[in-house]
Design a protein. Structure first.
Length: 396
């Protein structure tokens, strides 16, 4: 079967042929009336030859000999790879030899390090010294070390024995001496020196005619120990050991051969020291009040003194009142026992509180002009069994 194939050129040809046919038909119909001049026939192009389809090449012919050769080569390659694999798996694996270390230069010896300087040991104590009565560190240093100014060496070496105050050493204490000190010499008889304050023991109330040496002889069995009593009671006695007042309560060193403390007398056999330093400005008894003008009992005595002058308790006792008391101003009352009381009025300052125990000559306040007062002074009263009595009969 032959198939006729057309091209775009052939389609144009057929279209033009159709148009000519229609024109010819139209000319035949109108030829009788209108003569038409026909155009010259158009030369038609020749039909284009269509090329034959391209022939598909036939498959190449496979050679049996080449195929067998390829299979043989692949087989041999597989066998070789299996043999290599078996060799790696089945044969023991050789450990790689470690690389030999490169030769190193012989180590140079490190230079010897200098030894740190050893601290010089503290001088070992060479001997000890037993403190004698009247000794001081400077005296011991001079006697044992040949130089009294070396007392601080003794102190530093014996702080655990002496304590915080190098001026207070006690007979019987064993003190270490620095190395190289001379052998301790027997202590010479020392001059009188302040003795250390022994532990407080019982107390003693000063009587008329007493002295510290007499009290020491009576209570300690040795009148030469009066300085121990004085050192223990400086706050009561003051700066002069020869001035003690009747009624003072003195603490005695521990171990004193004293009986129970002497009770405060209802009225002292001696006289009390004045409660403040000043002069008498008004007596006990009836008088005209300087402010109200009323005649009445002046229940105490007035002692004129500057504001701030210390006011002392005349005898030991317990504070029964301390505070403001109307016209008395700042007011303190001390109960001495046995129905005896003393009172101190118009104070500028109160130094004690209710229930506090005080000793003779303890400062209980300061002179002032509080309450109903015309100027700074101390109004001093004495009561016996609740009644006012004349204070001057009790004062020296």
């Amino acid at each position: 079967m032959q198939t006729t194939m057309t091209s775009p050129t052939g389609n144009a040809y057929q279209s033009m042929l159709g148009q000519l046919r229609q024109a010819a038909s139209f000319a035949s119909a109108s030829a009788a009336t209108v003569p038409v001049a026909l155009p010259a026939p158009v030369a038609l192009p020749a039909p284009v030859a269509i090329p034959a389809p391209t022939a598909i090449p036939a498959p190449a012919t496979v050679s049996a000999t080449g195929l067998l050769g390829d299979l043989r080569a692949a087989y041999q390659n597989l066998v070789k790879r299996l043999a290599d694999f078996a060799k790696k798996v089945l044969q023991p694996k050789e450990e790689p030899k470690p690389a030999e270390p490169a030769p190193t230069a012989p180590a140079q010896p490190e230079p010897a390090k200098p030894e740190p300087a050893k601290p010089e040991p503290a001088p070992a104590p060479a001997a000890t010294y037993t403190v004698q009565k009247g000794d001081s560190l400077s005296a011991i240093a001079k006697r044992t070390l040949g130089d009294g100014n070396r007392w601080r060496e003794l102190y530093e070496l014996n702080k655990d024995v002496i304590g915080s105050n190098p001026n207070v050493i006690h007979p019987g204490q064993a003190l270490k001496l620095p190395g190289g000190s001379a052998a301790p010499q027997p202590a010479p008889t020392p001059p009188p020196a302040p003795a250390p304050k022994p532990a407080p023991g019982p107390s003693y109330t000063v009587q008329r005619g007493d002295s510290l040496s007499a009290i020491a002889g009576r209570t300690l069995g040795d009148s030469n120990r009066w300085r121990e009593i004085y050192d223990l009671n400086r706050d009561v006695i003051g700066g002069n050991p020869n001035q003690i007042a009747v009624g003072m309560t003195l603490r005695l060193p521990g171990g004193a051969n004293a009986s129970a403390p002497t009770p405060a007398p209802s009225q002292p056999s001696g006289k009390w020291q004045w409660p403040t330093a000043g002069r008498k400005t008004s007596n006990y008894g009836n008088r005209k009040h300087p402010i109200t003008g009323v005649h009445k009992l002046h229940s105490g005595m007035d002692i004129g003194a500057g504001t701030g002058t210390a006011v002392h308790a005349v005898q030991s006792g317990k504070v029964s009142f301390a505070g403001w008391n109307g016209g008395y101003g700042n007011y303190v009352v001390v109960d001495h026992g046995n129905g005896l009381q003393t009172a101190y009025a118009h104070l500028s300052k109160i130094n004690v509180s209710r229930g506090q125990s005080v000793g003779a000559r303890d400062v209980i306040g300061k002179v002032g002009s509080t309450g109903m007062s015309t100027g700074p002074h101390l109004h001093f009263e004495v009561k016996k069994n609740g009644s006012f009595v004349n204070p001057e009969s009790y004062l020296a």
